[in-house]
Design a protein around this ligand. Structure first.
Ligand SMILES: Nc1ncnc2c1ncn2[C@@H]1O[C@H](COP(=O)(O)OP(=O)(O)OP(=O)(O)O)[C@@H](O)[C@H]1O
Ligand SMILES: [Mg+2]
Length: 277
């Protein structure tokens, strides 16, 4: 049987686990206010993420996935609700939450791979220079970029740039790594390879990651838990909690993809997300 819970059940389960959760997102509504429009990106979204979860936010374009990630990153504040990481309310960006974005141009072009990865370690005074270099080289090795350590970003492929961004995030050893469609701009083969490498890295270090995608196949491949969001404005539709055990069963894995597809696309939008002020 597919263990897909409805939002109400998920909320109950979340209440039980609330004390232990690494990331606690409670009743979060996120809005953008422009001079003429109030855009509700997410509405009353609640979920928790535990240590070492590969937690995927899945939903159609515009459902507020990036907005949710930005809020967890501390780049915007909820209009309603609260977000806590490790029991501390999120009020600003912090080194405990490192982001990896979709864009290839998130590196500093005037710094080499090594110095890009070292940069946050030095800027936050996390480590002295020698230790920062050791740590950076360790993660550069892990993402298989040893030979490119002294290269500049403009000489790297898109996949290599994303590996640098992942190494930079991981080198900070954050409480949670926030990844916003990090492989979406890659070709299909590289994308698959990067997904495999991310899982291999996770096997080695068991980091906690919140991963945004609108690809059902990618969500199933990457995750141990998937939160399904409805179209604009994003609301929690369901949560799939035991993806690893479902994936182990070939027949169930196939059924899961179809079930998620039906859940995501069967319902119409209940109310408009854009409200004229
Ligand atoms: N800076 C902004 N100002 C106003 N509205 C915004 C802003 N950023 C996003 N939005 C709106 O908020 C809603 C959610 O956007 P968001 O980027 O979070 O969606 P998403 O799920 O990440 O979509 P995608 O899969 O296309 O990346 C959309 O309606 C979008 O137009
Ligand atoms: Mg997005």
């Amino acid at each position: 049987m597919l263990a897909i819970s409805d939002p109400a059940a998920a909320r109950t389960a979340q209440g039980d686990a609330a004390n232990a959760a690494l990331v606690d997102v409670r009743n979060v509504t996120l809005q953008y206010k422009t001079s003429s429009l109030l855009v509700t990106a997410t509405d009353d979204v609640s979920f928790t993420v535990d240590q070492s979860d590969r937690f995927v936010l899945l939903g159609p374009s515009g459902c507020g996935k990036s907005t949710l990630l930005k809020a967890i990153g501390g780049y915007m504040k909820p209009t309603v609700g609260s977000i806590a990481v490790n029991g501390r309310p999120v009020s600003r960006p912090g080194a405990d939450r490192m982001m990896v974005f979709q864009e290839f141009d998130q590196l500093l072009p005037w710094k080499t791979v090594l110095h890009n990865v070292m940069f946050p370690l030095l800027a936050t005074r996390r480590l002295p220079r020698k230790e920062a270099e050791e740590r950076a080289r360790h993660y550069i090795d892990k993402v298989k970029l040893t030979r490119a350590v002294d290269s500049y970003p403009h000489t790297l492929s898109g996949g290599m740039k994303q590996r640098v961004a992942i190494a930079r995030g991981m080198a900070m050893q954050p409480d949670v790594l926030l990844m916003d469609e990090p492989f979406a701009a890659l070709d299909a083969l590289t994308r698959r390879q990067m997904q495999d490498e991310l899982l291999q890295l996770w096997d080695e270090t068991r980091f906690t990651v919140i991963f945004v995608t609108h690809s059902i196949a990618e969500a199933i491949k990457i995750s141990n838990r998937i939160l399904l969001l409805s179209p604009h404005p994003g609301r929690v539709k369901a949560e799939v909690r035991n993806v690893d055990s479902i994936k182990a069963d070939h027949a169930e894995a196939g059924a899961l993809e179809k079930r998620i597809h039906d859940l995501l696309f069967s319902e119409t939008i209940e109310e408009p997300g854009h409200v004229q002020r």
